[in-house]
Design a protein around this ligand. Sequence first.
Ligand code: CFM
Length: 529
Amino acid sequence: MSSMEKVLDKYSSKVYKNRKAHILEKTDELQSITADVRTVPGIMTNRGCCYAGCKGVVLAPIKDAAIIVHGPIGCSFYTWGTRRHKAKGDENTKNFLEYCFSTDMQEADIVFGGEKKLRQAIKEVVEIFNPATVMICSTCPVGLIGDDIHAVAAEAEALYGIKVMAFSCEGYKGVSQSGGHHIASNGLIKHVIGTGDTRVPKQFAINILGEYNIGGDGWEINRVLKRIGYDIICSIPGDGSYEEMRNAHVADLNLVQCHRSINYVAEMMQVQYGIPWLKVNFIGVNGTIETLRSIAKYFDDEGLTAKTEEVIADEVAMIIDDMEYYKTKLKGKTAAIFLGGSRSHHYQTLLKDLEMETVLAGYEFGHRDDYEGREVIPNIKHDGDSKSIESITVSKVPDKYKVRLSEERYAKLKEEINLEYYGGLIKDVEKGVIIVDDLNHFETEEFLKLLKPDVFFAGIKDKYVAQKGGTLSRQLHSYDYSGPYAGFAGAVNFARDVTMGISTPAWGLVKAPWKTEPTLTGQVAGGEV
Ligand code: CFM
């Protein structure tokens, strides 16, 4: 029996049928997976909620926006600082990332309504902080009692003369984080992008989409892009600002790092402003090199191409000795990797750079296209759940639309680079790798016992279970306390951190409590259960 069959075999026939559709072992055939379906109530899932995807992921890094969480304080606290999306303010741009704004709803507000409290919170935030914009994000109880946050936002906008946006991103709406990404993306398209007229683009003007500056990743990427000579109009949203994003429509290319969270924005900007998008990956040395060459191909400029090669050669020279050293420590080590909706794919390039081997990979809430590639989008059947997320239709904005590529050039580029295409995770893993959608805690423990990876790349919810069981775990959501891991310099940081972890003998000495203590059923649990 393969490890996949062994784990599935432990389920009752009903659960077996459900979970079998979400787990596969990579073969040479074309394979399909079930994904993006609602979490089964009661299961120990690692997913976050819709609010987490909207407020916590897509909106939170916008530094000059005061984001008021309308709901109980716990929801706000949960998205405060833990993801490590970094930002720097300057004399022109405020930075509110250190703050946690909430209406702190209490029982009485649930009974009598919370709009009054929300009005007061907006008043206070405007008077005390004078932000560029105010965003309101609602959490579960607000949707249940029916506070009209959109009416309050419109009222406040007229009263204070600044943009006030409302996001109905109640946690229960839609599939985990991904529903929230969609809601946030719609809001940015409707109210922010294209509303500015203060930026004149220079040559090679780009936006970076779906890069969140976790542990400073975005800063490392920008450093390299600026060395080559790109004019970065804005980052949506890592270390980005509302003011910059308003001018995003003047760029000539959108780079898409995380396809899952931001493909909505990229596609809508293509329709509205004619900006093509390019799927990129700045994780891993070879991933970064390939990405830089693809961007250069898009602009098709001799000077830019030469400069790209010069910068690549120089950056590689700076890290090659370190990477070679760490490769001697990491070569042949095995990894399981389970993250949200894109990193499990992006990190494949970095693991390959270090000659590490993936044994299991999966997404919490990726859609089928994130696994199988965008070619399956026309065949995706959405369950009832996705329908609760508004899908907006946009059209050409005549005075801001610009043709960037001739039809002929577009067709040629489509053949050469990942222009408006994403191939997904499955194509880039080796035969035999287990792919698991929405891995739950039971499966995590079982697969770790069977596959015995040297390291489990995951998040805060899975890390400690793994480590108490004797498997090293590194967080690839927040990078624990480290980073950046992107680009050239980041690859060395990653290799160093993994080497440190793998060289620590502690994990071999850990005796999990459940291996020695009787369980409730009186059995002594262990690897043999
Ligand atoms: Fe995109 Fe992300 Fe991810 Fe994501 Fe995330 Fe994240 Fe992630 Mo945590 S936007 S899908 S909702 S790359 S917060 S920066 S690490 S689960 S794989």
